[in-house]
Design a protein around this ligand. Structure first.
Ligand SMILES: Cc1ncc(C[n+]2csc(CCOP(=O)(O)OP(=O)(O)O)c2C)c(N)n1
Length: 384
């Protein structure tokens, strides 16, 4: 059967659509096929020796901070610590690459980045100690609270950066997230908005191989996490996350790009979590020792140390000095964490509502009366 054309039908025939054009040319957005490296390559020639020396000192201090904080969990002085041992190059580079006016949006694993940015080492552990409140004023150091809900820090970073741009403030936000966090809806929303608005944000994904016990292969079927950038229309960069000089360089380029108003970048740093997820986890249940040992041979501190000693930039005396400074930091951390904080129970009612509710006022009055009665009793006992 043939369909007969009615007279005049040609006028209703659809015109062919206009030629399709991509919104963005994907080619320049694609990451390198291999993680970018600087240490042990010709690219080292572009790096200032002072930066390498500074990175090394911070890495050694950071490693010592991780081992000390983990020890404090075993001594009952800290509730939980998600160690970043093995990931120090990412942590330190992220902190050093920012200007004072910029903002850092860390996850729960990024205490080191916060400390390297200038946060008091004890204040940085307040939340992980089980105290209420974050323990530091995020505005003072421009460090958002260490974020436990996965990836929620990413839309916060985009919102802050976009708002700063609208106000004409020269601010870049650097947001850190794990490989597991890239499966969250917040990751998608943050990257989409950031790219559409050209928000001055840098997303640093630390691909440390696992989301607790879930390996990367069960997390994503993407060629790499950096490739996800292309779908949002921003560049994806793949970097060796244990090469501090490379991470610093790639992040510095991304920060400069954001500052020029050219929009966000997604950086995937390929690294490895050497310790368990936290002190409450047993990593031997889901990964083999040979894998851990293979990564130990690619240790971020040793990689940098080898480069510096090979170039005559670090001798035994200088190395000893760096290690001693790290020991002094650890001893001070231990001493301060061993002092019990003096808590005021009335603080329960502080910082919750701008205006106290009637019910909370009543509860606060009752608690105050109880505390006063207890104090009177204590004074009388003491007077006897
Ligand atoms: C929204 C949300 N879902 C689940 C969790 C529980 N959780 C805590 S850590 C974690 C794994 C995260 O892995 P990854 O993002 O790779 O970061 P890493 O711990 O390796 O640094 C999960 C699922 C959470 N904190 N928040």
């Amino acid at each position: 059967m043939t369909v007969q054309e009615l007279p005049g039908a040609a006028a209703y025939r659809p015109t062919p659509p206009p030629a399709w054009k991509p919104i963005t040319d994907p080619a320049p957005l694609l990451p390198d096929p291999e993680p970018y490296r600087v240490l042990g390559t010709d690219a080292i020639a572009d790096v200032e020796p002072e930066l390498l020396i500074r990175l090394h000192a911070e890495l050694v201090r950071g490693r010592r901070y991780n081992t000390q904080a983990t020890a404090l969990t075993k001594q009952g002085r800290l509730a939980v610590y998600p160690s970043s041992t093995g990931q120090e190059a990412c942590e330190i580079a992220a902190a050093l690459v920012l200007e004072e006016r910029d903002w850092l949006f860390p996850s729960y694993r990024d205490t080191l980045a916060a400390v390297a940015r200038g946060l008091d080492p004890v204040e940085a552990l307040t939340l992980l100690r089980g105290d209420r409140h974050t323990g530091y004023d995020p505005r003072e150091h421009r460090i958002a609270p260490l974020c436990t809900p996965l990836a929620t820090q990413l839309p916060h970073a985009v919102g802050l950066a976009h708002a700063a741009r609208l106000k004409g403030d020269d601010v870049v936000a650097l947001a850190m997230v794990g490989d597991g966090g890239t499966s969250e809806g917040d990751f998608h929303e943050a990257l989409n908005f950031a790219a559409v608005w050209k928000a001055p944000v840098v997303f640093l994904v630390q691909n440390n191989g696992f989301a607790i016990s879930v390996p990367l292969a069960k997390q994503t079927a993407a060629p790499s996490l950096a490739h996800k950038a292309v779908g949002y229309g921003m560049p994806g960069r793949l970097v060796d996350g244990n090469d501090a000089a490379a991470v610093h360089q790639v992040l510095a380029q991304a920060v400069a790009r954001a500052r020029r108003g050219e929009g966000p970048t997604l950086v995937e740093a390929v690294t490895y979590r050497m310790d368990a997820h936290t002190n409450a986890d047993d990593a031997t249940r889901y990964r083999v020792d040979s894998e851990v040992e293979a990564w130990r041979a690619h240790d971020p501190v040793q990689l940098l140390e080898r480069e510096l000693t090979g170039r005559g930039l670090l001798d035994d005396a200088a190395l000893e000095e760096v290690r001693e400074a790290a020991e002094r930091m650890a001893a001070a951390l231990r001493d301060r964490m061993n002092a019990d904080p003096v808590l005021n129970p009335m603080d329960l009612f502080s910082h919750v509502y701008a205006e106290q509710t009637e019910q909370l006022r009543e509860q606060a009055d009752r608690l105050r009366a109880e505390l006063e009665a207890e104090q009177d009793h204590h004074d009388q006992e003491g007077g006897r």
